[in-house]
Every structure is written in structure tokens, then in C-alpha cells.
Design a protein around this ligand. Structure first.
Ligand code: EPZ
Length: 428
């Protein structure tokens, strides 16, 4: 088991370069297998979720060549299986993007059903609704989803709920279907647009990504190309919160400021200073923040993936704050950990009420999920004294070189491997 040991209370300052977007890369890597030529993908984040998906892609027979930590070449012409096993899905849900990619390419896919996660039930009914609308027969049995279609035909699909995963999965399945597909009530996140731009760079015909309606004209074949992933909106937002929480001054390089607007606006509202440049953003703060209300929304609203990080800064802000989580049904697992530091937070159904405290105390904090782990790390860095953040494997699923980037900003943080020994029963 890995953990961070952090001596917090310092203002962090300096420059950090943001890595490629994990949630764009996962869809793009899956889409890359749809063509039978070599696709080169650059600016990949070197995080465990990406590495697991590459293993899954290799396991079904595609050629996967790691050029360097951030570049991979994929060729889908040698795929010999349409079965994606449970062990990959168990490690990362996004392996289910191979459903849409394999269905779109070969008319056949069997992928283990992704379980719910620590942030909610996370069903995939909308994904399956889209596949069926395109003419696939979809069955679920023995924990697997099986989608089969002799011939995929374009359709008019209205999503019942705005879903990032369903939008990407259906877009891929429709990319080579006959005729036109219209998908309404789609997600508009930057990573949706990146996946659509990527597929279009392979010869797909996808219009409207980033709006409420995506129109796709199926093509016979996709061709190889080279594509670079956009910067990670959520990694950037995490470092922006870190600057505000530690009363620091951080310049984030390799970002798209437009993607960060909701985060920047909220940080300015609570009292931080945010300056935007062409491909960088600078966040600084020299005083205590003031409380505010945060409501998570689909893009361009405030991202749910930034909700825990906001709690980490609002717990020290002046006054009362409210966080209303509207996307997932249980994304407050980190609250118990912040309470160990003295945070005064009350959660009632989907709303957390936070009474700001002047000073937090260091503690041993257990990471429950990816973004909560980032939030606990922010809280520890903003708290004087020695804190430990355990189970950091969650964090390293989505943040590349997190501790190294933090050290470069002046953080005293050490990554430790702990062999889970038997607890001594001190009362024996
Ligand atoms: C993606 O998850 C992201 N993951 C999540 O980021 C992110 O929190 C989420 O989008 C929302 O932005 C990846 O891109 C790999 P959804 P996804 O489908 O696609 C419900 C991170 O930290 N829903 O947009 O699973 C669902 O239960 C991760 O990087 C259905 O009911 O999210 C949820 O309440 C965490 N039926 C809501 O929609 C469906 O068929 C939004 O889910 C699909 C979703």
C-alpha cells in the first residue's frame, strides 16, 4: 500500500505543467482500435487508468507500441477477440468504451458489466439504449454485456440523462453505422469534443460535439493519423484549488483557460486571484477565503470532479458554505476524513453544509476515491504539521507524478510504501 506523508502549512508557489486529459484519453484510446491503420496518440497522461486500458486493448489483439511515457501507437487490424474481461473493467470502468468501439468496428462486443463505484450506482442503461437504437441486440447475462449487430443503422437518439460515457460510447458505435445518427441531450464536456475531433481526424463525420446535439454521418472506414490529447481540465482545477488553499501563487502551464471558466469564477468568488493567459492560468491568494455555495452541474457548469477539492478549501473559509452534488448520489465519502482534521461539515442527502474553521489539525487520512484523494492531499498541504494520506493508488489513477509536481511547488511530501503488517493488539 502506498501513502503520502505530508508536512503541511506552507504556501505553495511556482510553475506546474498540466498533463493530458485522462477522461479524453480513455475514449480516444478505445476509438483508436476502430481503424486498421496505425494511430499515434500524443500527450497521453502517464497514469494507471491509461496503462490498464492499453493492457485491455493489447489483450484483444491490437498492436500497442509505447513510443514514450506520453506517446503510444495503436493498430487495430490484428484484433482477434471482442471479449473484454472482468479484470480490466474491475480496474477501470472506462474499459466499457471498448463496447462502442468494437460494436462500431466489428458489430460484436462482449464486455464485463462495470460495477457501481464509491460515488454512485453508475448504471450504463443509456449506453445500451443507444446501441439498441442503432440496431444492435444487447443482452446482459453472467455479469457481461453482449452487443451484436449484423448491420448498424443510423438513428435519432434522445438521452434520458446527460451522460459523458454514453455520449462517447454511442458516438463511437455510430461513427461507422449506415446513414445519419442524431444524438440529443448529450454531454458537452471538453473531453467529448476531443474524442469527436479525434474520430474526425481518422475520417469520421461528427458535427456538433460540445453542443446539445451531435450529428454523425457513418463512414465505411477510418484511417490512421496522429492526434494530441487536450490538457486535463480537472488536474488543472485541482492545482488551482491548491494555490487558493495554501495561500500560494501557482502558474499552471499547458491549459485551455476556456475549459476552466466555472472553476476560475468560483475561486474568484471565494477570494482568490485568477489571471488567464493564452495557454496558462495563474492563481494566487494571500488571505483567508470566504465561504460560498457550489452546485455541481454538467459542463459548462461547475464540474462534479472538482467538488471534493472545493470542500477542502471551503472547510477553512470564513462563514458557511454549501456544496450541492447533483450528478452522483454519494460523492461525500471524503467528509469523514476531513472531520478528522476538525472540519465542521454536515451532509444531508445531496447537500454538504460547511462551517468554516480558522485552523485545521493534521491527521491520518484514508483515500476513498480518486478526486477525494486529491482533496485530502490539498487539505493536508494546507494544514500545519504531519498528515498522512493513505491508499494513494486511487490518486495515481488520474494524476501523473502528483507528489513530484507538488514537491516542485515547495511541498514537503514523501511517497512511502507500507507493507500492511498485522496490527499489534496493544490491549492483549
Ligand atoms: C465520466 O464518468 C467521468 N469518467 C467521471 O470522472 C465524471 O465524474 C463523470 O463523467 C461526470 O462528468 C470518465 O470520463 C472516465 P456520466 P461517467 O455517465 O461517464 C448517470 C473522474 O474522477 N448515468 O456522465 O460514468 C450516472 O449514474 C471520474 O475522473 C445513468 O443513469 O459519468 C451519473 O449519475 C469520476 N445511466 C450521471 O448519469 C447511464 O447510462 C452522470 O454520469 C450513464 C450515466
Amino acid at each position: 500500500m502506498e501513502q503520502y506523508v505530508i508536512y503541511g502549512g506552507k504556501s505553495l508557489a511556482g510553475e506546474v505543467t498540466i498533463s493530458g486529459a485522462k477522461n479524453a484519453a480513455l475514449g480516444i484510446l478505445a476509438g483508436a482500435i476502430m481503424c486498421d491503420e496505425t494511430v499515434t496518440i500524443e500527450n497521453l497522461p502517464d497514469v494507471s487508468d491509461i496503462n490498464v486500458l492499453l493492457e485491455a486493448i493489447s489483450a484483444i489483439g491490437a498492436v500497442v507500441e509505447r513510443v514514450d511515457r506520453h506517446t503510444v501507437r495503436i493498430n487495430g487490424s490484428t484484433i482477434h477477440s471482442e471479449l473484454v474481461d472482468y479484470d480490466y473493467i474491475q480496474k477501470i470502468r472506462a474499459s466499457y468504451y471498448l463496447l462502442g468501439a468494437l460494436l462500431g468496428k466489428r458489430g460484436n462486443a462482449t464486455v464485463a458489466l462495470p460495477g457501481g463505484c464509491d460515488i454512485g450506482a453508475r448504471p450504463i442503461d443509456q449506453h445500451l439504449k443507444g446501441f439498441r437504437a442503432l440496431g444492435a441486440t444487447v443482452t446482459t447475462e453472467n455479469g457481461f454485456v453482449h452487443a451484436k449487430a449484423n448491420h448498424l443503422k443510423g438513428s435519432h437518439i434522445f438521452l434520458d440523462i446527460v451522460s459523458v460515457g454514453a455520449t462517447i460510447n454511442i458516438m463511437m458505435a455510430a461513427a461507422m453505422a449506415e446513414g445519419q445518427t442524431i444524438i440529443e441531450n448529450v454531454a458537452k464536456e471538453p473531453h467529448i469534443v476531443d474524442v469527436a475531433n479525434f474520430l474526425n481526424s481518422l475520417g469520421a463525420n461528427i458535427k456538433g460535439a460540445g453542443t446539445d446535439v451531435i450529428r454523425i454521418r457513418g463512414v465505411q472506414k477510418l484511417h490512421g493519423n496522429t492526434y494530441s490529447i487536450i490538457p486535463d481540465q480537472i488536474e488543472a482545477g485541482t492545482f488551482m484549488c491548491l494555490a487558493a488553499a495554501t495561500r500560494g501563487d501557482i502558474l499552471l502551464k499547458n491549459v485551455i483557460p476556456k475549459h476552466l471558466e466555472a472553476i476560475s469564477a468560483k475561486l474568484v468568488e471565494v477570494g482568490a486571484e485568477v489571471n488567464e493567459y493564452d495557454d496558462s492560468v495563474r492563481v494566487c491568494c494571500s488571505h483567508r477565503l470566504t465561504g460560498s455555495t457550489v452546485k455541481t452541474r454538467v459542463y459548462p457548469g461547475f464540474p462534479t470532479d472538482m467538488q471534493p477539492q472545493m470542500a477542502a478549501i471551503l472547510m477553512l473559509a470564513e462563514g458557511t458554505s454549501y456544496i450541492h452534488e447533483t450528478i452522483f448520489e454519494s460523492r461525500f465519502k471524503y467528509v469523514g476524513e476531513l472531520r478528522k482534521m476538525g472540519a465542521v461539515i454536515k451532509v444531508e442527502s445531496s447537500v454538504a453544509m460547511i462551517e468554516g474553521i480558522e485552523k485545521s489539525s493534521p491527521a491520518i487520512l484514508k483515500t476513498p476515491d480518486l478526486r477525494a484523494g486529491a482533496a485530502l492531499t490539498i487539505a493536508a498541504l494546507a494544514t500545519e504539521g504531519k498528515s498522512t494520506v493513505t491508499d494513494i493508488e486511487y490518486i495515481e489513477r488520474g494524476y501523473e507524478n502528483f507528489d513530484e509536481k507538488l514537491r516542485a511547488l515547495g511541498a514537503t511530501i514523501e511517497r512511502q510504501t507500507v507493507t500492511p503488517g498485522r496490527r499489534k493488539n496493544k490491549f492483549a
